[in-house]
Write a protein that binds this ligand. Sequence first.
Ligand SMILES: Cc1cc2nc3c(=O)[nH]c(=O)nc-3n(C[C@H](O)[C@H](O)[C@H](O)COP(=O)(O)O)c2cc1C
Length: 217
Amino acid sequence: MKLNLSADELLTTTRAVRRRLDTARPVSRALIEECLDLAMQAPNGSNLNKWRWVIVDDPAKIRRLADEYAEAMKMAHGGDGSVPAQAFIDAGKGIPGYDKVLQTGFELVEKLRSVPAILVPLIGGRPETQAYATQAAMWASVIPAVWSFMLALRERGLGSCWTTVALLREQQIAEILGIPQEKYAQVGMFPIAYTVGTEFRKAWRKPVSEVLSYNGF
Ligand SMILES: Cc1cc2nc3c(=O)[nH]c(=O)nc-3n(C[C@H](O)[C@H](O)[C@H](O)COP(=O)(O)O)c2cc1C
């Protein structure tokens, strides 16, 4: 089933989905592969295809990844990881809807345990050992494809949420999934599920005029 969204609708309604991930509805591998096939049309440095895609749909492994996610939230937020660290609260001052971002962010910790699948995208190489321009090329050789994957999911009535907090547990996740960490860097952890309902709205962003300049900074 496709939603037949216009390109502009797709670009303006592909949201970070947490609360509305439908954990009861299975997602087929064929559907995930279809979305990946589309996603891999994204640009990547010299067309080297240095990406790897690890889909986790074994419920026991999903729970182990969710445990690492919960642990990372504790590391990021202190305490038992159930309330936001002051630095996170301060960082969002004046951002409309920021309270909800924090609240639903914590709800994802539990939700993640029962999602049908999780994507862990990888890019070949280690950014921390590279020069700045090379690091930029590494990230840019996988991030456009991950976003395309999220767009492809959305068009099919599914959703995800870009998460990077679990990278605080990159090593432990590499061990769980058998990823050769010295050769591949993880991009994040992406839940995959049908969404509860398919209506999503345009989100608040700063106005273009506030962040745009011509011919110089
Ligand atoms: C680099 C990056 C890291 C993020 N990390 C997390 C995360 O660890 N956990 C989470 O729940 N959401 C995470 N998000 C989702 C953002 O909170 C979300 O994109 C933002 O609030 C805007 O919401 P929208 O995507 O629905 O417009 C991340 C997004 C990006 C781009």
